[in-house]
Design a protein around this ligand. Structure first.
Ligand SMILES: Cc1cc2nc3c(=O)[nH]c(=O)nc-3n(C[C@H](O)[C@H](O)[C@H](O)COP(=O)(O)O)c2cc1C
Length: 431
């Protein structure tokens, strides 16, 4: 494939095929990545004629500086139906290069890619990382799949749960940088969504602390029984207290299930975080597609696009509406889950208050036993610490949940205005 096009190419050059930040690229391919249509910006900057582009694989503009692993991830995801963003260095026909941030979306029978000029600090990081991955591919002879695994591992180290999360973060950064470069107001919805991410990291920490605290006290009832068996006849007050404590703490443990989703396989905060990343991507991609649509309509008005480009504008319109709706539905589901989380935290606090009264009873009993009860003291002290910790953790979880709900509301697309309370009551979603 490379050979087929290398004749048409001139040697790669170190200079850039520059374009303005206002200029946006559009292209559509079939299911194998063969170009079916594109806009004039794409044709002009790539330096090819329509005859050369239409019917050629999109790799006609592949630059040799691009790590193979990036395309491996791109194709793996889009083939699974997931819209995916990536920084791409392209090569124009005359050998010059140009960078884009591309959003590739699956559509009926193929894919659509919209692209903008990347300008954020995240882009600088990506450029450096691409250099390192290219070098690694060459020195270690990595296959595209192995390189993709290395890229994913690096993103995990950087705190991104998966590639999708990174591409969401990157597109949001690019949209913000774009707004700033074009002296436009920052998009408040995207900002709220971005602010949600550190809040969710905090929530995750609190949830882990909660699970850990409950794991720590699991052994307490049996410790209490052992102590009781040394202090009193079978079935005495301490062992009765320990029996009660065990029953109640089992109930509390059952309630911890409210902090897990997807059949208990994921913590709620982790699941919410993945959905926020998806909502962020869909919202930012929809905004970019809307911009591409607007410039395309203006170009159509000036007869600056090819005949038939109207069809591409229609494809964009459907897509950007769908993406906005999807980002809204994701946020509604997050809002509902976080509301449920607040409820679970309240229930849990009530149950813990019940546990607390048993702890007090235990203290009273220890007091009654006097010096004899010395062996009970470590257990009682452990319970005291546990209750103080749990109270504070639940308090923080509830206040984080409120903050998250506020940010989700602020991020909601306009079409979803007023839908949150309605939907949280019915669980249904209407457009
Ligand atoms: C809609 C769409 C747009 C694409 N845009 C580009 C692009 O701008 N530059 C590029 O090098 N590859 C692009 N690709 C990926 C190419 O199909 C190809 O995977 C890539 O050039 C690497 O070629 P290789 O996999 O043969 O190494 C695009 C794919 C699709 C489906």
């Amino acid at each position: 494939m490379t050979l087929q096009y290398s004749d048409a190419h001139m040697a790669e050059k170190a200079d850039e095929a520059a374009f303005d930040i206002e200029e946006l690229f559009f292209s559509r391919t079939d299911a194998r990545g063969v170009i079916a249509a594109g806009n004039e910006v794409f044709r002009r900057i790539s330096g090819y004629s329509w005859d050369e582009l239409v019917g050629a694989p999109h790799k006609i503009i592949r630059h040799s500086d691009m790590p193979k692993g990036v395309f491996y991830i791109l194709w793996e995801r889009i083939k699974q139906g997931m819209a995916t963003g990536a920084y791409v260095k392209n090569r124009a026909k005359d050998g010059r290069y140009y960078w884009v941030y591309a959003v590739v979306s699956p559509i009926e029978g193929g894919f659509v890619s919209v692209r903008m000029k990347p300008t954020s600090a995240t882009f600088e990081g990506a450029k450096a990382a691409y250099k390192a991955f290219l070098k690694l591919e060459q020195s270690e002879g990595l296959s595209p799949e192995e390189s993709a695994a290395a890229i994913r591992a690096r993103l995990k180290d950087l705190g991104f749960p998966n590639y999708g999360a990174y591409s969401s973060y990157a597109i949001a950064q690019e949209m913000s940088a774009r707004d700033a470069a074009l002296s436009r107001m920052e998009d408040g919805r995207l900002r709220s969504l971005k602010e949600l991410l550190p809040t969710l990291v905090e929530l995750d920490k609190e949830q882990q602390a909660l699970f850990a605290a409950f794991a720590k006290i699991r052994g307490i009832p049996s410790n209490m029984r052992i102590v009781a068996s040394r202090l009193e006849p079978a079935g005495g007050p301490i062992s009765a207290i320990s029996q009660n404590y065990r029953l109640m703490s089992d109930e509390v443990t059952n309630h911890l299930g409210g902090f897990r989703v997807e059949n208990g396989t994921r913590s709620l905060s982790e699941s919410v975080m993945l959905r926020i990343y998806r909502g962020l991507f869909m919202m930012a991609a929809s905004r970019l597609q809307r911009e591409v649509k607007e410039v395309s309509m203006a170009a159509l008005g000036k007869h600056a696009e090819q005949d038939g480009f109207q069809t591409e504008v229609e494809i964009l319109t459907t897509m950007l509406d769908d993406y906005m709706i999807e980002s809204g539905s994701v946020l509604v589901s997050v809002f509902n889950d976080v509301t449920a989380l607040t409820r679970s935290a309240k229930d849990l606090r009530q149950l813990v208050t019940g546990l607390d009264s048993i702890r007090v009873l235990c203290r009273v009993e220890a007091g009654r036993l006097g010096a004899q009860s010395a062996s009970l003291m470590p257990v009682i002290n452990q319970l005291d610490t546990f209750h103080v910790e749990i109270d504070a953790t639940l308090e923080r979880i509830m206040s984080l949940a409120e903050r998250i709900k506020g940010l989700v509301e602020a991020a909601m697309p306009r079409t979803f205005n007023g839908s949150l309370h309605y939907h949280s009551a019915t669980g249904a979603l209407s457009r």
